[in-house]
Unconditional design. Structure first.
Lengths: 296, 377, 254
């Protein structure tokens, strides 16, 4: 029983990480049709900026409020990079989707190389509050606190995103734009502002994933984002592009499947099962679990 | 920047095929023979002891240089095969490295683990690679566009996992699997025989270019081009797009597997980095840099990319770069940073790649000549 | 009277195909101007070119003016904000959003949204405000699509096949609504249903083979059965040119 609880909670921790990366990807893709390979870079920027801030930013540190400040700095950095990428690189190629994908591919290659050039290819120990190293006993299972932190953060982000989409004017524009972008412009709305906004949201969520993922894994390395990105892509496709809630469901399914099969089967088999799930979903329901609707 | 805004550019950045661009003057008659000349030059190149300081470390016929050139040629062929999907059919596959890796690991495992003679291993591997492509393509091609890209990416990821986790102890996991050379023909073994591997790579490139050229000139090729431009139009003609795309996908997969066979011989084994998604992305970079949908663009792109990838590492550790301030020297020592940046710039400013560059230069030359028409000299 | 919109020498090429070749016509400042022609002749392409929605692989030449203002090369959202209301073919309501949200999208900052006017015309929309637009009937969706553009003050409405695929009774309802709308605002209408045209249209422009084949009084056109049939029916008669169009199209027929 304890094992099942532990696997469930660590699976959910993984799912939380996937969700933080995938929700932004999904919104960016659903609204702007950009398959953003540079999304892993936002994660890397978030992780390294947090790491840097904990050591160098006055007031920030590896513990307590200093840590919150460091994470906030990381998230801000990730958001800033995402906005810059959208404004400088993506926007001039408006509605030329293939070129946009190519640019993000180039950016992911160059960006990761830049991180590597600046901080080296090797993993570095990540600053983390003392309590995240500990475990909490839940129903007989010793669950690492770093994973719980990820789950809590992901649930908060999910709630905030859904509220934003449901109750704000820009949320409305994004939901409508995911359905039919052209018609949004035909109602007199400059949909490109919403593009910048979803990039900012996606960048922030990915940077948060980078910072908290660093806490969870205990290290930070330049390639971390790219390896997570492929599974985040799978989550996006399974969940339905443009659907935040769909991403959440899919992230949970993928995280749990991966964790359980990897534990009870061979290590690595879970990852393969996830791809099998992807193939099955695409063949049975090509639009994903939740189709092309941004909320439900 | 006017090029970027031009509404004429079709969705996949397909350039004017170089072979259609009229070339002025006396080159016109020699042009059809240029590929043969290039092939001949490439074939006799290992007899040269020419030193090209800065470009290659040793003389042209040194094993190190020949191996680098052979790798470049392989990737030229690989990019040309990938272009059959991307540039000529408009399929954005992110999993093409899988079939290349299948070729490398297939050969390696069959020779090293199963002890098969090379020719049998090669034959089995290429057939197996094509069958794998047919099977996975049959599933992936049920989706289109970006979903197709993601599915192929996911399939390639399975390959990477299989290799890394070393199921059944076949692949050697993270360590890779050195090729057991004891059963190989003598002519392909040893540093002194690098030249033979070079010729093998050259032959591979020639075969790929020939095959891609023949296919794109055939009725099938015209259907593929039609699929790239407007899939519905092909459907209206009563042709089944799915079947044609599957043919292209399988053929490209087989060609990539064949490239893997030669690559395995050249580097003497397999290592897991060839299964990475990064390699697939690099293939895309090569094709776009060279010029998608053109005969020589992808080949040039592949050769140049691999060359830069290898040489930039050396360049990055050279004194010239080291003496720069750290802000500059560190990024410059990362080949992928330089290549990625070049790539982004190319997408913006040279949508037709290298191949598009030549026709554009011709246009430029002509427009420069215009103000003084037929001025006697 | 000054036309509210002038299209001159409009040519549209999409993916290498010439859809429109030198189309010129004015849109009168009052009443309904109807754009007629067989399927695939470029009626929708014309509307979309006016509102700046030509696809990226398309190319637009010519001039489109609203008053003294040139409309070409301006982004769609600006054109719409400057008073061009567009109701697309197939209605294009946001199926996943509620009726109220669909309407709310059309609201603009700094302008009072005329909910009174919309709900007076379509009381059904007020009753179904919380319903998802995707679950509305075709006729109700059309009402919503028209309601969205009536929320703001417009100088011209472009409406593309509003009665397409609707039941006869609903067609009558939509026609009545359009009749009332047209009392206060000029409309450029694409319509296949000749009964609707007869009831609404003041002026008519007939497109054939990417050019204006006839232009003039709509009721006059409908009276000439043979002509109507040759332009819109099954026959392939010699295109007849309205007097003021002969010069415009003849100039650049190539």
């Amino acid at each position: 029983m304890g094992t099942v609880i532990l696997l469930t909670l660590t699976g959910l921790g993984l799912a939380a990480l996937y969700f933080l990366v995938a929700s932004g990807l999904s919104l960016v893709f659903g609204l702007a049709d950009v398959l953003n390979f540079a999304h892993g870079l936002f994660l890397g920027v978030g992780a390294y900026a947090t790491w840097w801030a904990a050591g160098n930013l006055p007031g920030a540190g590896p513990d307590g409020f200093g840590f919150v400040l460091a994470v906030a700095f990381g998230v801000a950095a990730g958001t800033l990079v995402a906005v810059l990428v959208e404004l400088v690189l993506i926007r001039p190629l408006y509605s030329r989707t293939i070129e946009q994908v190519l640019v993000t591919v180039g950016l992911s290659l160059a960006g990761v190389a830049l991180l590597q050039a600046t901080w080296g290819a090797d993993a570095r120990p990540f600053p983390r509050p003392e309590w995240t190293r500990g475990v909490t006993g839940i129903l007989g299972a010793q669950v690492p606190n770093g994973g719980l932190l990820l789950i809590i953060a992901a649930v908060l982000v999910l709630g905030a995103l859904l509220a934003f989409l449901q109750w704000t004017r820009y949320g409305l524009v994004i939901r409508a734009g995911v359905e039919n972008r052209e018609m949004v412009t035909a109602l007199g709305i400059d949909v490109r502002k919403a593009f910048t906004l979803v990039f900012a949201i996606g960048g922030a969520a990915a940077a948060l994933a980078g910072a908290l993922g660093g806490v969870y894994f205990g290290t930070v390395s330049p390639g971390q984002g790219s390896s997570l990105l492929i599974f985040a892509f799978i989550v996006v496709v399974i969940g339905g592009m443009g659907s935040v809630l769909g991403s959440a469901y899919a992230a949970v399914a993928v995280g749990l499947l991966q964790q359980f099969v990897n534990y009870y089967g061979t290590s690595g088999l879970g990852d393969i099962c996830v791809v099998g799930l992807l193939a099955a979903v695409l063949l049975l329901r090509p639009q994903g679990i939740a189709g092309r609707v941004a909320t439900a | 920047m006017t090029e970027v805004k031009s509404p004429e550019v079709p969705a996949p950045p397909a350039a004017v095929p170089a072979e259609l661009t009229p070339q002025p003057g006396r080159w016109h008659r020699v042009r059809p023979y240029l590929p043969l000349v290039a092939l001949l030059v490439a074939a006799i190149l290992p007899y040269s002891t020419l030193q090209l300081p800065g470009i290659f470390e040793g003389p042209l016929n040194s094993p190190g240089t020949l191996q680098l050139l052979a790798i470049c040629l392989i990737f030229g062929g690989l990019a040309a095969g990938y272009d059959l999907l991307f540039g000529r059919t408009g399929m954005l596959s992110f999993g093409h490295a899988l079939y290349f890796a299948a070729g490398v690991y297939g050969t390696d495992i069959l020779v090293t683990r199963a002890g098969l003679p090379l020719w049998q291993a090669a034959l089995l591997t290429i057939t197996g690679g094509a069958i794998l492509a047919a099977l996975l393509g049959a599933v992936a091609l049920r989706t289109v566009g970006i979903a197709f890209a993601m599915v192929t990416l996911a399939f390639a990821q399975v390959g990477a996992i299989l290799v890394a986790r070393d199921f059944g102890g076949l692949t050697g996991g993270e360590e890779g699997l050195p090729l057991d050379v004891s059963g190989l023909p003598d002519a392909l073994v040893g540093v002194t025989n690098t030249v033979n591997l070079y010729w093998l790579a050259l032959a591979y490139l020639a075969v790929v270019v020939f095959v891609v050229h023949r296919v794109s000139g055939s009725p099938t090729g015209r259907v593929l081009a039609g699929l790239r431009d407007d899939e519905r139009r092909i459907g209206v003609l009563g042709l089944d797009p799915y079947r044609y795309k599957l043919v292209a996908f399988t053929l490209a997969g087989g060609l990539a597997a064949a490239g893997g066979v030669v690559y395995c011989l050249i580097v003497g084994g397999a290592s897991p980095h060839i299964t990475s998604s990064e390699l697939t992305l690099s293939l895309l970079v090569m094709v776009v840099l060279g010029g998608p949908g053109t005969r020589w663009g992808p080949v040039l792109g592949g050769i140049l990319y691999m060359y830069l990838d290898h040489r930039l590492t050396a360049f990055g550790t050279s004194d010239a770069v080291d003496s720069l301030p750290a802000v500059l020297s560190r990024p410059l020592s990362q080949p992928l940073f330089v290549l990625g940046t070049i790539f982004i710039l190319a997408v913006y400013f040279f949508p037709g790649g290298l191949a598009g560059l030549t026709s554009r230069l011709t246009l430029l030359r002509r427009s420069l000549r215009l103000p003084t028409p037929r001025s006697p000299r | 009277m000054e036309p509210v919109l002038t299209v001159e020498n409009l040519s549209v090429r999409i993916a290498g195909l010439h859809i429109l070749q030198g189309v010129s016509f004015p849109v009168a400042p009052t009443g309904v101007t109807v754009l007629l022609g067989r399927n695939g002749v470029g009626k929708t392409t014309t509307l979309r070119a006016i509102v700046g929605l030509t696809p990226r692989n398309g190319e637009v030449r010519g001039t489109i003016r609203m008053g003294a203002q040139s409309l070409l090369a301006r982004p769609t959202y600006r054109l719409v904000r400057s008073g061009l209301g567009y109701v697309p073919e197939d209605r294009c309501v946001f199926a996943g959003l509620t009726v109220a949200e669909n309407l709310r999208l059309a609201e603009r900052r700094g302008a009072e949204a005329a909910y009174d006017r919309v709900f007076a015309l379509f009381p059904e929309l007020e009753r179904r405000a919380r319903q998802r637009a995707g679950s509305l009937s075709g006729g109700q969706q059309q009402m919503l699509a028209i309601g969205r553009v009536l929320l703001n003050e417009n100088r011209l409405l472009l409406i593309d096949e509003p009665t397409k695929g609707l039941a006869p009774k609903v067609v009558t309802e939509v026609t009545e609504v359009l009749e009332r709308v047209a009392e206060s605002m000029p409309v450029l209408l694409v319509e296949q249903n000749l009964a609707v045209v007869r009831r609404l249209a003041k002026d008519a422009v007939v497109l054939a083979a990417g050019q204006v084949a006839w232009a003039g009084d709509a009721q006059e056109l409908l009276l000439e059965t043979a002509l109507t049939k040759s332009l819109l029916g099954v026959g392939t008669g010699e295109p007849h040119r309205g007097p003021e169009q002969a010069a415009a199209t003849g100039k650049d027929a190539n």
